[in-house]
Design a protein around this ligand. Sequence first.
Ligand code: SF4
Length: 494
Amino acid sequence: MYNDINIEEQIAAIDLASHEPADEHSRELYYIGKLRALIREKSAEIGRALTACTVTFGCQMNARDSEKLAGILARSGFVLTDSENADFVIFNTCTVRDNADQRTFGHLGRISHLKKKNPLMKVAVCGCMMQEPGNVEKIKKSYPFVDLIFGTHNIFRFAQYLYEIYDTDKTVTQIWQKTDQIVETLPIERKYPYKSGINIMFGCDKFCSYCIVPYVRGRERSRDPKEILREAENLARDGVTEIMLLGQNVNSYGKGLDNPCTFAQLLEEVCRIEGIHRVRFMTPHPTDLSYDVIEVIRDNPKVARHVHLPLQSGSDRILKRMNRHYTKEQFIELARRIREEIPDVSITTDIIVGFPGETAEDVAETLDVIERVGFDNAYTFIYSPRRGTPAAAMKDQIPAEEVKVNFDKVLSAVQRNAAMRAGALTGRIMEGLVEEVNERKEGYVTCRLSNNMVVHIPGDASMIGSYKPILLEQCRGFYFFGRIADTDSAADPQ
Ligand code: SF4
């Protein structure tokens, strides 16, 4: 893995008998070194290696964070497993919706039984949910067997906390309210060898009235572009061909940097790296998606032909209450311009149904945007109040049974449009990255096109990580069945 280069030499160079080093990077390596000795001892005692499992909820940024957790666990001597019946289990939580909280509590309820059977087992909970004091209290009271709790700002101290719980057998709770530190140089255990996310910024300043993210992830902080590019180059050297630039609001990347750099400039620079074949980004905010970014996508075939543009609502009245800073017509104009400039682009979105005070007229406005933009796909959500956000305090919350009717209308409009747009691609040959073996259909692999569409084709594990010209044969709504085209001469790299 890219940042494991020299990690072993760096750990070996640290004097583990001395005090912890001052800089964060060395300090964490120091704790990995110390923890490794402890884990080795425990493994020798029980006559087998200790196992560890990371369970991730939520967004791509959480998935990336879990790769860091897994990297530290693997470097510390744990054998990683997907089973929660492990010696160490960590839940990396999400709190964007209430059902994400409930899922974490559900897992904790189940794990208490496993822990009773395995006295060695230690359990940790981290991530966005832990930045809400009520959740930390609830875990301490209802799930007292949890050994380690920390939040989003101090994930880079994971090795130290892990060492403390194994060294002392005491519980550790460490919640920071903020940090200005960015530590992205620790070991990472990537889930996929051929693609990887790169965090380019953290936090969000937008304060959409329904969203908890600015409260749990803090204010926007951008990473130095040189460090991002170095990480991308190392990933490319390690065989990664597809990169996803990650941030809560990637288009406001660069604010506050000593050497100013816009998101468009960063995108262009990443595309210049040899070996990188595709670049994606997630997530832009419609008000910040500037024309220079559209131009970079248009002019650079390495940038995926996919823009995820969260609409949330088509009603100006609701958009204002959501604090989204754009109108319905501005959104439609932006989508029109993207489609005009970037042929074959797919535009996907997020839509919230049932925001406080939403009326049938407001839903009709949302349906109108769906028809006029013709989204290639959309994640539709029923509004879920998050404690501490302005929207949760609004008086006119809508009963669930009323929301369901509107939700079904929005969902069926989204599905109809998505099927129509996908169906129009039938017969085309497009380039797909083979991502994994299809677990549901024997003898098939699953590929992803530049426009983010999924295609299942006959194949086997040896094809994983390769790009193939794919003939799109049968449209199944928002995905395809296809096969490798007879010749790649007609392949459309888009
Ligand atoms: S842009 Fe809005 S919805 Fe997205 S993370 Fe920021 S506050 Fe939340």
